[in-house]
Design a protein around this ligand. Structure first.
Ligand code: 3PG
Length: 320
């Protein structure tokens, strides 16, 4: 159901949970989120300005994934959809709201925090649920435990998530995206500190990728040259691990017995989710080398290279 929307939310990976008091600030806020790499928001019906804010954002930025949050009754759901909300989120599992959304083909992400709540969603064919309030309901450990009986479900955890712990959630395979209000603090909206909001978003988006240096791959003209290098790195105290097509020195240097991708070689980076990181890197002009994509049995990208080189090195992405 609504695969395209959920795949877009997955690639963005982070949903700002917005509480806005003054609808005239909605366009400025949306612009700041987009600039910070987050073209999406859950605008909560915790204030009277929510409906108008959704309307303004949808008009100014039709591409933005603006949804409505805290939709605790059908009246809010109807208002949100009429205002342009592309999805409906609620803190708990309200069967009336969920059924209304399903009847009207509106994407809905109800909140759950127990297996009993989850089974209500399953019974209605939902595949994505909000896990709320995440931190106080068991956090990452709870998500790991839920993956056992409910392997088909994806969660959007919110409640107590911040820059400090977002990576621990993002790396869980049953997390579609994480959400939170820390990127959109009330005082920053009030003072129209759009640059500050964009900056907090950019930091969060980078942390979400889990990007870290993995290894450096060094090209050699031939196997003889490669062996010379291996001896040298062994003399420097590194441990040799021979693979099928290359040799690893410890885990950080890969010696290739040929001139492979990259003028000089390649640099490998780990990240949590390669599809998401490719979407992120596209904004910096990077593109994927399609021929190098390898997938897990589940179909996720396991490794790939980018087309663009940095200082003569190809960039290699490896799923963490
Ligand atoms: C929500 O409705 O999802 C939460 O209020 C967001 O939680 P947070 O404020 O702890 O980020």
């Amino acid at each position: 159901m609504h695969e395209e929307l959920f795949s877009q939310i997955h690639n963005i990976g982070l949903v700002p949970v917005v509480k806005i008091d003054d609808a005239s600030k909605a366009e400025g806020l949306a612009g700041a989120l987009i600039k910070g790499g987050l073209p999406c928001a859950e605008v909560t019906f915790r204030t009277a300005a929510a409906e108008e804010a959704i309307k303004r954002i949808s008009k100014a930025y039709p591409e933005m994934l603006v949804g409505a949050g805290t939709v605790i009754n059908i009246e809010y759901a109807k208002k949100a959809v009429a205002a342009g909300a592309k999805f409906i989120v609620s803190p708990g599992f309200n069967p009336t709201v969920v059924d209304w959304c399903l009847e009207n083909n509106i994407p809905v992400v109800p909140g759950v925090c127990t297996p009993s709540d989850i089974e209500q969603g399953l019974a209605r064919g939902l595949t994505t649920l909000k896990f709320f309030p995440a931190e106080v309901s068991g956090g990452v450990d709870m998500l790991k435990n839920l993956a056992g009986p409910f392997p088909q479900l994806m969660f959007m955890p919110t409640g107590g998530i911040s820059l400090a712990n977002l990576a621990s959630y993002a790396k869980q395979s049953n997390v579609l995206a994480v959400g939170g209000s820390w990127m959109v603090k009330a005082d920053l909206i009030e003072s129209e500190s759009w640059d500050a909001i964009s900056q907090i978003c950019s930091e969060a988006v980078l942390a979400l990728q889990g990007l870290e240096f993995a290894h450096m791959g060094i090209n050699n003209e031939n196997a003889q040259e490669a062996e010379k290098a291996i001896k040298g790195f062994e003399a420097l105290g590194m441990f040799t691990k021979r693979g099928n097509s290359s040799v690893f020195m410890n885990t950080t240097i890969e010696i290739l017995p040929k001139m492979y991708l990259g003028k000089n070689g390649h640099i490998g980076f780990r990240c949590f989710d390669i599809e998401r990181t490719l979407a992120y890197l596209a904004k910096f002009g990077f593109t994927v080398n399609e021929e190098t994509i390898a997938r897990t049995p589940k179909g996720d990208i396991k490794v790939c290279y980018l087309n663009e080189e940095l200082s003569g090195f190809a960039i290699h992405l490896v799923k963490a």
